[in-house]
Design a protein around this ligand. Sequence first.
Ligand code: COI
Length: 355
Amino acid sequence: MLNDFLPISPALRQVASDFTLPEPLGFGTHVAPIMVTCDFTSGAWQEARIAPFQAFSILPSAKILHYGQQIFEGMKAYRYENGHPRLFRPLDNLGRFNASARRMAMPEIPSQIFMSALGSMVHYLRGVIPQGVGESLYIRPVMMALDSGLSLAPSQDYRFYLIASPSGSYFAGGDVHALIERSDCRAAPGGTGSVKTAGNYGGSIKSAIHARSMGYQQTLWLDARHQKFVEEFSGMNMFAVRDGILYTPELNSTILPGITRDSVIKLARSLGYDVREEAIDIDELVSDIKSGICSELFACGTAAIITPVAALGEYDGTLYTLQNTASPVAMTLRTRLLEIQIGLADDPFHWSQVV
Ligand code: COI
């Protein structure tokens, strides 16, 4: 059980308990009125503290604003019928956060600081963890470079902070259609595609705008070298079900190692599915969708959980629609995953951590 909580002042405790669940919830729209901050200065992490959610003062010359030295995570706390809140695989998020820190030449955060920040936010905000299906307290740990200066050099000072937002579904509802991006690229080999840094996401927005204007909700990215192999959606990993077998692109330096992706693989195998991590040729995938060999596509990630994708499409509007709209494999995995996350089903993998 995670119970190493940071102290909170009576005034902030009141602020946290006065916060009520916003209506409608949306995703990441309403941010809780408290946060945790912890600074890295003089070569060491300082004391973490709970603060009101409020604007930071950073200099216009801060390195984060010029060179994007920033990393983040997406996590969720669930609560079922007023039981204890639960986090899902928090140590895996910590591990990925520190892998991102290493790639972005930032200091790693000690487990104790990360976990007590996380546990404290979940504990003090436990009254506003929504309990509808797929709803949760979405948590965003972030680290950014604070040094002032325009030389392209690592910062000495950093800020870690953690904010939270009671959230519902990432997708607004209705079928999810994804645009196959055959022009821009998300990540190149040896770049930063496999870590969680803002630039990977900022670079996807141009495609997202185009996709939205055509009625698509996501972009599906292809590998930068050949524009041939599927990588991931802008904010989540991808699975295809072909002839009853689950396929997902194998991890490399351009694909984010999703914790939900890993959970899907392990869960699906435990349920008897054959799961293969291998290159997925986009043209073969399209042809398998057209012939019905590919019966399902789904997106998975912390925010998206497991969301069926009903069609892929092209810039010219050509749509490849999946024939099996019920998405039985995706929905079976989604239900089982959510049951583990809220503590309703056996957790053979010990993923769910009580706070
Ligand atoms: C998450 O799934 O937590 C992410 O960080 C993806 C983001 C696009 C919401």
